[in-house]
Design a binder for this molecule. Structure first.
Ligand code: AMP
Ligand code: MG
Length: 479
């Protein structure tokens, strides 16, 4: 079975200063760990060919398929607010782009494929843990309907990587509608390279916002995309963990799953990431951080928005300022749906907030409480059930005004509130088992996460919250 990939590499046709040409570094003994056959098919790739020796060699970076033009993309970024003029793909190599059956252009990238000119002091590799974590969480997000990069395959390298200890190495084949970040624009803006900015803006418009007429439209669309995306994250209790501008996708796509985590017990100030000492990227801070990131994007686009700087600043400021309203609208729509509501009422924000406040005060599980609105089990999530009872009275009255029967409301809530999410303790258990050579928990978790709104009875254990001794308090970067 020969592997045939119809590459059409538009990014590699941009000027040389956008990237470094860099082939993946082969690994010792590649072995396929997971292959996403439906995704492969949607890209016009034959899953059987990908799973064969030639395909696995490509997925590991040991062979280059015809038409690939491997590059490491250049970008900069603000990390925890601190400016870094050059980051770039230090452990990821873009093989090229394919146009899928839906007409969308997708990058195929290998993460952990060896050093590049942007590796700085890193080894360009990844260990199994973050590869499986990104595989699980990005595919779960896709099944939950959140724009995200996807996982095409995971391959064991047969090599060890050195972190605090020696760990098994792996490569993730990642697919995305692009890997262009706010930091990609910042890279050129910081160098005063307006020609590159203009080419990059045209590239992003063609790929993500074909209806946009120019840089201001592009900014408006990116701001709207971020507002919708962050509202989806909030609705799922998702904490990205490292919302640096180099991890902020300009196409409104979730990218770079590192120390990300889903809430178990709800608290707005929750932080999991071990490196986020001051809680900059806490759950409830995510909308504000998105605005900050969009302001950085806006400042990069100024020379393209208008020749006069003050005129450009005025237009860009207005665009970024629209975030709050767009976010508020998206957040309300998201949480109304979670409450099983179809129509809008002025007091809905207060009703939603009242539930969240009670959940925070009593440490109720985020996912189970909302799913409980559909299943009739929410009360059990509250250590003091009276807190639920008083809210339920208001909710029931609100549903009655909607003219929806309790059964209709429950059915609507079941479509908006997943039963199964990638719980931190389940991810860690799957990784620990995989490191010990047992991939069954990883595959079982992926299978359950593929149908989050319709969990099978046998997935009840995966829908449960962590026992006290299972709860994960810290998550780590994906290096
Ligand atoms: P991230 O944590 O994915 O946001 O990565 C931040 C920066 O560090 C990016 O430029 C990465 O390419 C780089 N980086 C992370 N891990 C490694 C590694 N193992 N080797 C080389 N570069 C890395
Ligand atoms: Mg990153």
């Amino acid at each position: 079975m020969t592997l045939h990939i119809r590459f059409d590499n538009s990014y590699a046709r941009l000027p040389d200063r956008f990237f470094a040409r860099q082939a993946p570094t082969p690994v010792a003994r590649p072995a396929l760990l997971a292959l996403n056959a439906p995704l492969a098919e949607s890209l016009g790739l034959d899953p059987a060919a990908l799973a064969g020796p030639e395909g696995v060699a490509v997925l590991a970076g040991n062979a280059l398929p015809d038409g690939a033009e491997p590059i490491a993309q250049a970008y900069a970024g603000h990390q925890f607010g601190g400016w870094v003029p050059q980051l770039g793909d230090g452990r990821a190599i873009l093989l090229g782009e394919v146009v899928a059956s839906d007409g969308t252009r997708y990058d195929i990238q290998l993460k952990g494929a060896g050093p590049t000119p942007f590796s700085r002091r890193g080894d360009g590799r990844a260990w199994l843990g973050p590869v499986l974590r990104e595989y699980i969480v990005s595919e779960a997000m896709a099944a939950l309907g959140v724009p995200t990069t996807r996982a095409l395959a995971a391959v064991a390298s047969g090599e060890e990587v050195l972190r605090e200890t020696a760990l098994p190495g792996a490569v993730l084949a990642r697919v995305a509608s692009s890997h262009i970040r706010v930091g990609t624009f910042q890279f050129f803006a910081a160098r005063g390279d307006n020609e590159a900015l203009s080419l990059l803006a045209q590239h992003v418009i063609a790929r993500h916002y074909p209806q946009a007429a120019g840089a201001l439209d592009l900014l408006n669309a990116a701001v709207a995309g971020q507002a919708r995306l962050i509202a989806q994250w909030m609705g799922l209790g998702f904490i990205h963990g490292v919302m640096n501008t180099d991890n902020a996708h300009v196409g409104g796509v979730t990218i770079d799953y590192g120390p990300c985590a889903f809430l178990d017990a709800y608290h707005p100030a929750k932080v999991f990431s071990s490196i986020d000492q001051y809680g900059r990227y806490a759950y409830a801070n995510q909308p504000q951080i998105a605005v900050w990131n969009m302001a950085q994007f806006a400042s990069c686009l100024l020379p393209l928005i208008a020749p006069d700087r003050n005129t450009a600043i005025e237009a860009a400021t207005e665009s970024v300022n629209k975030f709050d309203q767009l976010y508020e609208y998206a957040w309300l729509s998201t949480f109304r749906a979670k409450l099983g509501l179809a129509r809008a009422e002025a007091a809905d924000a207060a009703l939603i907030q009242a539930l969240l406040d009670r959940m925070a005060a009593l440490g109720a599980d985020f996912t189970r409480t909302f799913r409980g609105l559909a299943d009739g089990t929410a009360r059990a999530e509250f250590a003091e059930p009276e807190a639920w009872d008083s809210w339920q009275t208001d909710w029931t009255a609100r549903l009655a005004r909607e003219g929806r029967s309790p059964a209709e409301a429950a059915a609507a809530a079941a479509r908006a509130n997943p039963g199964v999410i990638p719980r931190n303790h389940r991810i860690e258990q799957a990784i620990a088992a995989a490191v010990a050579g047992d991939f069954a928990p990883f595959h079982r978790l992926n299978a359950a996460l593929a149908r989050p709104f319709d969990p099978a009875p046998e997935d009840a254990a995966l829908a449960a919250g962590p026992a006290a001794d299972e709860a994960v308090r810290r998550t780590f970067c994906g290096t």
